[in-house]
Design a protein around this ligand. Structure first.
Ligand code: UDP
Length: 235
């Protein structure tokens, strides 16, 4: 399928039209941003690693009947996807406290949570992606029913359970991750965007070594080498 006009360019991906109005091509970029794009870099090869890792994870989720936008990987950094209208929510699932959770609530870094926590952040760069609750979602019209809210939380927990086991079998701990959902042409809510070391915290099971975007956030070393190791382990 041919790449046609650019529809949208985000921080990590470009989206292109195809001949089919319900199908788009996602191109994964080498750009890296953190702290609401205040910190920026470009790491050659990062986009293709994220495309390959995301494709493998979406394939796994498809096999487990988690409805998602992935159709197939086209080449190293292009993915064919169902077109969706993205719901402006970052759905974060946490197994171990770190990052903004530890900072905001003073929960000691690396504390194992008694159960997996699902949080919603409103996707709005100007507002700095504020944390919101179910009622904010309804008041703001982001999601209009309790059923939709419950559905998204349930899928987020299911994805978490699948990915915890998957990464565990590869010697990796899934600390937390962010996912996004969209509505397809039938208005059904499906999982979209990407699932990659840019959007997950992944620590080596034995050494707790970070293998994700925190390497970039905290200047801990080479992002591309770490993402390559994740790909090698899950491939
Ligand atoms: N995350 C993301 N995009 C964002 C914010 C967070 O992919 O815009 C991911 C992040 O990589 C981590 C999880 O969501 O896996 C939770 O991030 P947190 O809220 O702790 O934010 P941070 O400390 O990264 O600012």
């Amino acid at each position: 399928m041919k790449k046609k006009e650019l529809i949208y360019e985000g921080k990590g991906k470009k989206l292109y039209k195809t001949d089919d109005e319900n199908i788009v091509i996602a191109e994964f970029k080498d750009d890296l941003t953190a702290f609401n794009a205040q910190k920026k870099s470009c790491e050659s090869g990062k986009g293709s690693l994220n495309c390959q890792i995301s494709s493998l994870i979406f394939e796994l989720l498809n096999q487990k009947n988690i409805n998602n936008h992935f159709i197939k990987q086209l080449d190293e950094n292009h993915m064919l996807c169902k077109k969706v209208k993205i719901i402006p929510l970052e759905v974060v699932v946490r197994n171990i406290a770190t990052g903004s959770l530890s900072k905001r609530l003073g929960i000691k870094d690396e504390t194992k949570l008694p159960f997996s926590l699902v949080e919603f952040y409103y996707k709005d760069d100007l507002l700095g992606d504020p944390i919101i609750n179910d009622e904010h979602c309804k008041i703001m019209g982001i999601l209009d029913s309790d059923d939709d809210i419950q559905y998204i939380k349930n899928i987020a927990r299911e994805v978490n359970n699948i990915l915890i086991n998957f990464f565990d079998s590869k010697g990796v701990k899934l600390i937390d991750f962010k996912i996004e959902f969209g509505r397809d042409s039938n208005n059904n809510i499906i999982l979209a965007d990407e699932i990659s070391p840019d959007s997950c915290r992944l620590w080596d099971k034995e050494s707790n070594k970070k293998m994700d975007k925190d390497i970039f956030r905290e200047n801990l070393g080479n992002v591309v080498d770490a993402y390559q190791e994740i790909l090698n382990r899950i491939k």
